[in-house]
Design a protein. Structure first.
Length: 324
């Protein structure tokens, strides 16, 4: 009798295992279908709103790494919910994946990145014109300081402007418009390769700025750059002292502007003040935009560029909290 019952129980085990396996696979299929349905919905709605090209661009964004991670989190959320309803997982797991899905969507969303940038960046001033070369100045700046970080060395002697390359462009435009007499470029190498001041110098010269207009100073970070700038301003033998002698101004009356990315400007000005420097902020390379655009479904898709922007804003917020 016992032997027979044991045999029957053993015979049932593969059946239960097979049912469980089929159940798990059905949950996987349903999870993937839900994610695919979201892709289809976003692509089709975007297509209806702005046409075929916009729809295909939306689909491309969804199969980029950031988009795939987002869709994967949705699939894992659906899978965990189905497992919870079957009693094989706790509700906390489903809630955890759903929280990850929402958090990833928020920090990778363009609207959130734009909102956060607007809270951190130096505000855009329209009067006078935000573009220095378009301002009607009483007299030109004696110098503008261009902080390093707007370019990169692709190969020895070959430099390209990056996302914050507007720093270099703005300085060149200001010089050609007669808005500044000197351009001070900054930055030391932190990786043993081409220093930022060298990159900025070559790029400015390629834009038609004479080499004798460019002044170079060192600094591994913004704080060190401000110390170097203070030394330059205070040195009797520096180019800045020549400017003082040339225009008859007292040291306090030199007109010096600071060009850096808008998100970096508040910290740069705090560090300038800590070094007893009186600089006029000239922000550029804004991340935040106030342009009114119609809402489209593809704006829901998280993107890598938005994650990068949010990361920069978090870094600047932490620096402010740390008193830098």
């Amino acid at each position: 009798m016992n032997s027979s019952s044991s045999h029957a129980a053993n015979a049932d085990e593969p059946v239960h295992s097979s049912i469980g396996s089929r159940t798990s696979w059905s949950d996987v299929v349903v999870s993937l279908i839900v994610s695919a349905a979201l892709v289809l919905l976003l692509v089709v709605v975007t297509w209806i709103q702005q046409g075929f090209v916009a729809g295909m661009r939306c689909g491309t964004d969804l199969i980029q790494p950031v988009g795939l991670v987002w869709l994967g989190m949705l699939a894992l959320t659906v899978f965990a919910v189905r497992q919870w309803r079957r009693g094989t997982q706790s509700a906390a797991i489903a809630l955890g994946w759903f929280a990850c899905f929402i958090l990833w969507w928020i920090v990778g969303n363009g609207d959130f990145a734009n909102w956060m940038s607007g809270r951190v960046e130096s505000p855009l001033q329209t009067e006078p014109s935000p573009a220095l070369e378009q301002r009607d100045l009483d007299r030109p700046f004696d110098a503008v300081v261009v902080l390093g970080g707007g370019s990169s060395a692709i190969a020895p002697g070959f430099y390209e402007l990056g996302r914050d390359g507007e720093r270099v462009i703005s300085a060149a435009q200001a010089y050609h418009a007669g808005a500044t007499r000197k351009i001070i470029v900054t930055g030391s190498s932190t990786d043993g390769y081409e220093p930022p001041w060298k990159q900025s110098t070559q790029l400015l010269m390629s834009l038609g700025v004479p080499e004798d207009v460019i002044v170079r100073i060192e600094g591994v970070n913004t704080q060190a750059e401000m110390r170097s700038l203070k030394q330059l301003m205070d040195s009797p033998s520096s180019e800045m002292n020549e400017l003082r002698q040339g225009n008859g101004d007292s040291p306090e009356e030199l007109k010096v502007g600071l060009i850096t990315s808008a998100f970096h400007m508040p910290r740069a000005m705090r560090l300038a003040k800590a070094s007893s420097l009186e600089l006029i902020p000239l922000p550029c390379a804004f991340r935040a935009s106030s342009n009114e655009r119609p809402w489209i479904a593809s704006s829901l898709v998280p993107g890598a560029e938005n994650l990068e922007t949010v990361a920069k804003m978090i870094k600047e917020t932490i620096a402010k909290m740390a008193g830098q």
